[in-house]
Design a protein around this ligand. Structure first.
Ligand code: ZN
Length: 168
């Protein structure tokens, strides 16, 4: 059972860059399992390690077609563009329209440390790009214009205050 807590904007951890994993071992396998549990528990379709305070290039994705675990994912090919709405477990309550590549190929290591490649389009392509962004410290709100970004920040600060008072 996972006890990972998902970090929420504006937590500075979400802005840090994850490091490449040199060797996939038992620690990473457990982290991937814990991340998957946290993702399912929170009804997400994807989760990046930086969202739970692990600064390693690990992501899990399940868009309803089975669990994918990716180590050191690198976008190697993309083509076309497509607009779509995205939410994020780390930016609750916000929905942002983002233009992403329509088709992608991603190179990665699987949980056994073997080189692998996935080709994707549609929701899976979008989820891959969203999670790879997280590993670079990038969030969906970075695609907003500056005014809307300020509004999101103001809203999340208010929520934080409320939560703090509620905890007293
Ligand atoms: Zn996200």
């Amino acid at each position: 059972m996972s006890n990972l807590k998902i970090k929420v904007f504006p937590d500075p951890y979400l802005r840090l860059k994850a490091e490449r994993v040199k060797e996939v071992g038992a620690a990473e396998q457990k982290e991937l399992d814990d991340m998957a549990s946290a993702m399912y528990l929170n009804c997400g379709v994807g989760l990046a390690a930086t969202q739970v305070g692990i600064l390693k290039q690990l992501i899990v994705i399940d868009i309803g077609e089975g669990l994918l675990k990716l180590v050191n994912p690198v976008l190697t090919k993309d083509s076309g563009t497509e607009m779509g709405e995205e939410g994020c477990l780390s930016v609750p309550g916000e929905c942002v329209g983002i233009i992403r590549s329509k088709k992608v190929a991603v190179d990665f290591l699987d949980e056994s440390g073997l080189h692998s490649r996935i080709k994707a389009d549609g929701l899976l392509a979008r989820a891959l790009q969203h999670e790879i962004d997280h590993l670079q410290g990038k969030l969906i709100i970075d695609y907003l214009n500056p005014v809307r970004k300020l509004l999101v920040r103001a809203r999340s600060n208010r929520k934080k205050k409320k939560a703090a008072y509620g905890a007293v």
